[in-house]
Structures are given as C-alpha cells and as structure tokens.
Design a protein around this ligand. Structure first.
Ligand code: FAD
Length: 468
C-alpha cells in the first residue's frame, strides 16, 4: 500500500473513553482513525465495573470534541454535577458516541492488538524508519490480521492487567493455582457476583479507591447476610490516601468514600490487617490461608478465607511496544517526561501540571500512549487528563503545534495533597518517605534528595504538579 495516496491514518488502540475521544478529535481534524477494540463493544474495561459509581461528575467525564460530535446528532449532555456509574458512562455517552456515523465506520471490534512495528523495520534498523508505516497486528475471530497506519495512539488502559496479590510485585506462591478463588478488580458483590460472596469470609487486598468501594459494598452485603465476614489487608500501615481528603476533597464523592470507609473501620465492621505483605496462598480444608512476609520475626497469617478480592491496581502491557523505540520511566513505566508530574511517591492527588504531546512522545515518532496506560503504574489518572492528552496529541499529528502546545487542565484537587490531611492516620509511619504525605505547606513537599541525606526526597529536580 502506498501511504502517500492514503488519507493520514491513525491507529487508535482501545475504544475506551480516551480512545474514543482520540477518534473524535481525529475526525474533527480530518484525519482517519482506525480504532482497534479487543471487546465486542466500546468500553469493555468499564463494562467489568458497570455497577461502580464514579467519583467524577459528568462535567469531567465527557470529552469536548466528542461532545460536539454528539450534540450535532441531537444528544443532550447529562446534568454536569451528576455522578454516573461506569455503566451510565457507557450507555449514555460512549455507546452513542461509538454509534455516530462519524465514528462507527472506523471501529474494529473483536480486534485485540498483539504487536506493533514499522513495516520492513525491526527495532534496530534506523535508516528511513520514520517514513515506514506502522504495522498493527491484531488477533481476531478469523485469525491474526495486519493493518497499516501512519501513527499510533495506544489507549488500551491498564485494567486488563491487574497487579498480583504478591506484595513484591510478582504473583504470590500459590496465586496462579488458586486463581478460581480470586477476583481481580471490582466484582459486583451486591449484584451479579452476590452468590459468590454472601455469607462468606472475604479478604480484600489493597488500599486504593477500588478496595474502598468493594469493602463498602461487602459491608452492605453483610447487613443482608450477617454471616458475611470482611477482612481487609493492606501492605503498608498508613491509610490516609484511601481515607482521603474527606470534606476537603475536590471530588466530594471520593472524599465521601474515604469517610465512609473510615467509619466502617472505626465501627469494627471489618478486621483490618495492616503491614501485611502477601507471600503465599494455600488451601487448607477447603479454605484459604494467606501468609505474609515476616514482621519482627513473626510470620503473619490470615486463615479461614473463602474468597479474595485483589484490588491492588493494574499495570500497563508494555509488550505491545516491544518492537518500537520506546523510553519509559524505570519504575512508573510512563514516559520519562511524564513521570515527575504523576509520581505517586510524591503526588497523592490527581492535580497534575497540564501535559500533552511533548511529555507523551517516545523516541519512535508517531507513537503515543495516552489515557490510563500513559500513567503506567501510577494510579492517579483522571479522564479529564486523558481528554486533554488526546486533544494535544491529535493536534500535533495534524501539524497544529500551536494548539498542541497550548495544554490546559482544570482538574478538581483532592484535599489529600493540597490541604491538611483530614484524619489522624496521616501521621507518617517509619516506613514512609519524607514526601509520602503532602504537608500543609505544599512547597515543603519536595525536598532535594541531597538535603534529605540521599535517603528520600524527590528524585525529580523541578517541583511539579501538586508539589509545585
Ligand atoms: C473502578 C474505577 C473507577 C474510576 N473512576 C474514575 C472517576 O470517577 N473519574 C475519573 O476521571 N477516572 C476514573 N477512573 C480512572 C480512569 O478514568 C478509567 O480507568 C478510564 O476508564 C480510563 O480510560 P482509558 O480509555 O484510558 O482506558 P480503559 O477504559 O481501560 O479502556 C481501554 C480499552 O482498550 C481495550 N483494550 C485493551 N487491550 C487491548 C488490546 N490489546 N487491543 C485492543 N483493545 C484493547 C479495552 O478492552 C478497553 O475498551 C476509574 C478507574 C477505575 C478502575
């Protein structure tokens, strides 16, 4: 195929909210999107937690280009301050967007992208590679297929690659063998998955908002079925991030979630095991024994568990870009340039400095990772950030650098990062780095590593994001 005779084609990987927003921006700029979606419908990851109410109101959940496209088709935006469930985001926004005549012809459902490369070039070959089209290899029901595109926007998210239970980042011993007893993510414990959880002893692992949501849902289940027992294990000792900014949170629903979880903990509605670093799972007399790493010479165990919910976050699938020239931050797995803006060691909030095509660029020209995947292992991604990312990236691909560089972001701030922490659990523990808790004076949040004796402090020279 002669790329010069084709309309500039941009492969968009993933038809989640950010991938579809990218498609809307591409259409608006007269570029041709080719959207690959592994699932049978848009938003396949969101569909796994349809029941979950988001903490961002609609005003932060709808992309501007998508909105314009939808409104031209008679769509009415939901009330800006209402909080959709993930299912409502799908049904009332993403599905209608995917069905518009501008987007629908460009969607390839049931296409799971398995590899990317440049036509005729492996990773090592340099001369002329930037002129070679990208090859997108996708697994389909009819077997593997290859497609060409001039640029690639990877918006495949992280949700389909959950972190394991093992506290060291690799699966715990026995985790794979006992996979049938483990749910990753946010199972619908009050709905479709109820029978698996009612009357059982459930261990929830994790200290983020997904863990919080599942714990609260299980508490409701326990009201209906008092035989239901809840055990909550966290790797660390501090709970301030999940308890959040309380009433000071810029997203009230997120603050409320933390408040309710703290109340549940305080009321003894669950058994809390902190400092529990899972090493191994075993089945004993039909129930699970969970073993943690030794603490002060004692090996902690949790016995009598029927099921485990692993809500330990997710990680990007870096395998897709294996044959491309990519550069990642060594531990966040975002791009180098984005890492200092989002590093959860230093930033516990979604308040990031506006960023766009420059921070998202890899050494491979024309390849961008956007959306939740762009944050790598950092859990603090918000949709509004992703929408601004794709606006900037698409403007850059269209050659409009003025618009591409004019990045703007108006994000709700969380009280966790920018104000005094709402709860006494915020007192730093011995394991915390000096940047672990944002102090009242934001400027003090980042101290040069040298001033901190090299043991802690910010690894990034310029104070950025919520530490600015
Ligand atoms: C429980 C939960 C609640 C959240 N609440 C909020 C909130 O209130 N506000 C907020 O701003 N953010 C929230 N987020 C964070 C974030 O906005 C969402 O995760 C959002 O869905 C990310 O959008 P995305 O398009 O980047 O990725 P995803 O929504 O994960 O979409 C990725 C898409 O790519 C597809 N895909 C994956 N791999 C492949 C492949 N190899 N080939 C082809 N297709 C593939 C998937 O099927 C999916 O459709 C929440 C996240 C979670 C998990």
């Amino acid at each position: 195929m002669d790329t010069n005779e084709r309309q500039f084609t941009v492969a968009v990987l993933g038809a989640g909210p950010v991938g579809l927003a990218a498609a809307a921006h591409l259409v608006a700029r007269g570029l041709a999107p080719l959207v690959f979606e592994a699932g049978a419908a848009p938003g396949a990851n969101l569909a796994t937690y349809r029941h979950v109410r988001l903490f961002s109101p609609w005003q932060y959940d709808v992309d501007k280009a998508a909105r314009q496209l939808l409104e031209r088709r008679g769509w009415t935006a939901p009330a800006p301050d209402a909080l959709p469930t993930a299912g409502e985001l799908l049904d009332d926004y993403l599905a209608p967007l995917a069905a518009t005549p501008e987007i629908a012809p460009h969607l390839l459902f049931g296409h799971r992208v398995s590899a990317l490369t440049r036509a005729g070039f492996d990773k090592v070959k340099t001369q002329g590679r930037e002129r070679a089209p990208f090859v997108i290899r996708a697994d389909t029901a009819a077997g593997p297929r290859a497609y060409l595109a001039d640029a690639v926007i990877d918006a495949t998210g992280t949700w389909s690659h959950p972190n394991p239970l093992g506290a060291d980042g690799i699966p715990a011993l026995g985790e794979a063998a006992l996979a049938a007893r483990i749910d990753y993510g946010m199972p619908d414990v009050l709905g479709a998955a109820r029978a698996r959880f009612a009357g059982k002893t459930i261990l929830v692992v994790g200290a983020g908002h997904s863990a919080a949501g599942t714990l609260l849902a299980l508490a409701r289940l326990a009201q209906d079925d008092p035989a239901t027992r809840i055990v909550w294990a966290t790797r660390g000792r501090r709970l301030d991030r999940v308890f959040g900014g309380g009433a000071a949170d810029g997203l009230p629903a997120r603050g409320e979630l933390g408040l309710r979880l703290k109340a549940l903990r305080d009321a003894g509605g669950l058994v809390l095991r902190q400092d529990f670093r899972i090493q191994a799972l075993d089945e004993i007399d039909g129930r699970l024994r969970v073993t943690g790493a030794p603490v002060e010479g004692t090996v902690p165990v949790i016995d009598g568990i029927d099921r485990i919910v692993c809500a330990a976050g997710a990680r990007p699938d870096l395998g897709l870009g294996r044959e491309l020239r990519v550069r990642h931050d060594p531990w966040l797995e975002s791009t180098d340039a984005l890492a200092p803006l989002i590093d959860p060691n230093e930033h516990s909030c979604g308040t990031v400095r506006p960023h766009g095509h420059r921070e998202l660029a890899h050494p491979e020209p024309g390849y961008y990772v956007v959306g939740a995947k762009s944050y790598g292992r950092a859990p603090n991604f918000l949709l509004a950030t992703g929408y601004e990312q794709v606006r900037s990236v698409v403007a850059a691909l269209a050659g409009d650098l003025a618009a591409a560089d004019d990045v703007q972001l108006d994000l709700p701030e969380t009280g966790v990062c920018n104000t005094r922490l709402a709860f006494d659990d915020a007192a730093p523990g011995p394991a915390d780095g000096c940047c672990g808790v944002a102090p009242a004076a934001a400027a003090a949040c980042c101290v040069p590593a040298a001033a901190a004796g090299g043991a802690c402090g910010c690894r990034h020279p310029a104070p950025t994001g919520c530490c600015a």
